[in-house]
Design a protein around this ligand. Structure first.
Ligand SMILES: Cc1ncc(COP(=O)(O)O)c(C=O)c1O
Length: 413
């Protein structure tokens, strides 16, 4: 988030936020297209009987691995198409990532895995890419047959059903990334249908972080003009935050605190990495309250309708097509994945235009790319376009117009 611009209070022409931002509309119960009561009851990984809120999904993955006893000399199966923060916790635990290929629709190809050397494999990370569930029944049958515990990576999939059961409930553990679905500064969740988490000791974050998590959510909302009628309050909010920040910095300079103790979780700062200081920290109070109390039906309905709008508008592009065919009932998407031929020029152009799209760019190492050339291509060829609930209709139409124009001009060139 460009906080420099915000601190100057010189808000530029409206930006489109990459992830959900807090605003008055976040509290609205109205949902445009689908039945709100049914949606509010949609199965969710957050409804599993055992759950603990932490600060990010990568922390949740690391905790799951630790609880499974994964350590030095062990191997963990992880998809070759990944973001770095999926692999980070494996290496953090001292284990070796063992990359496996995916099908063109990002499914886990069990026939290929059957041929793998599975010695010392102590866990498999199964990712529900972009909110689309994996075939968990057969994956779990394979894993159980080989004595391999399953961690469901629900970073992209908080709501919905996989093979007839709530998403996240198949695995020994599930890891959730809350910042992707809720307008919060920090947040992850470790959940399990079967394993108690009662013995997991978590500490409260520092008062500085508690304050920052709350103020940052409000600040982002103000920056993106999501609190109409309250922009005048922006100045006060930012001045208070600034003053607090300076105060904490002075305190820090006077104390002998380790550098980590006053930094934010890497996930909140939008970078890869796993900071051990955040492994035993709870989510901030403000973020937990927002996650537990914001109306769910609107989140689900708007994400689905935004996705469908992008799907309809971008289906006919030359040199690009939606990765998936349509949006099945019960899928609540994280982003809209667009598969692009000759992606680099268009990607750069869209980034320059300010379209908040991204791609994973880089795999963990050459071994991942060699294991699965398709995953290596996907890293640059899958554009992830936002479809979150806090995009306004104008935001969405602007994104569509920019993408259509970029592809049109690229094909003319
Ligand atoms: C598939 C997947 N898993 C795990 C993570 C880690 O999530 P977090 O940033 O909450 O640690 C991400 C982050 O982008 C992700 O895309």
């Amino acid at each position: 988030m460009p906080s420099e611009e915000m601190l100057s209070l010189n808000f530029p022409v409206p930006h489109v936020p990459k992830n959900p931002v807090l605003g008055w509309s976040s509290f609205s119960r109205a949902s445009s297209t689908e039945e709100p009561i049914a949606l509010a009851k949609m199965p969710s990984v957050l409804s599993l009987p055992n759950k603990r809120y932490v600060t990010s999904a990568r922390v949740a993955i690391a905790l799951a691995l630790q609880r499974l006893g994964v350590g030095h000399g062990d191997r963990v199966l992880v998809p070759a198409y990944h973001c770095l923060s999926m692999v980070e916790p494996i290496v953090f635990c001292g284990a070796k990532p063992c990359f496996f290929p995916l099908t063109p629709k990002l499914e886990v190809p069990l026939d290929a895995l059957e041929r793998y050397d599975l010695s010392n494999v102590r866990a498999i990370l199964v990712t529900h890419y972009f909110g689309f569930p994996q075939a968990m029944r057969s994956i779990c049958a394979f894993a159980h047959a080989h004595g391999i515990p399953v961690i469901e990576d629900c970073a992209h999939a908080i709501f919905g059903v996989a093979d007839g059961k709530p998403i996240g409930s198949w695995g020994d553990y599930a890891a959730v990334s809350l910042m992707k679905f809720f307008p919060v500064y920090d947040g992850g969740c470790l959940a399990s249908a079967t394993n108690s988490l009662d013995d997991l000791r978590l500490q409260r974050p520092s008062p500085r972080f508690e304050a920052k998590a709350l103020l940052n959510s409000i600040e982002r909302g103000l920056f993106y003009r999501r609190f109409p009628g309250m922009q005048a309050a922006a100045k006060t909010t930012l001045m208070v935050k600034d003053a607090m920040w300076r105060g904490f910095k002075r305190m820090r300079a006077r104390s002998n605190a380790t550098p980590y103790a006053y930094q934010d979780p890497a996930a909140s700062e939008g970078v890869n990495g796993l900071d051990p200081a955040w492994l035993d920290r709870r989510i901030s109070f403000a973020s937990q309250q927002l996650v537990e109390h914001l109306p769910i039906a609107r989140i689900i309905a708007r994400r689905r309708s935004n996705y469908l709008r992008l799907d309809a508008a971008l289906r006919g592009l030359r040199d690009a097509r939606p990765l998936f065919d349509g949006l099945p009932d019960g899928v609540v998407p994280y982003v809209f994945p667009l598969l692009v031929e000759r992606p680099d020029r268009v990607f750069r152009r869209l980034k320059t235009d300010g379209v908040p799209l991204f791609r994973w760019e880089r795999l963990w190492n050459d071994e991942a790319a060699l294991t699965d050339p398709l995953s290596a291509r996907f890293a640059t060829e899958i554009f992830q376009l936002p479809c979150h609930q806090e995009l306004t209709d104008e935001d969405l139409e602007w994104i569509i117009e920019r993408v259509q124009t970029a592809f049109h001009e690229a094909s003319e060139a």
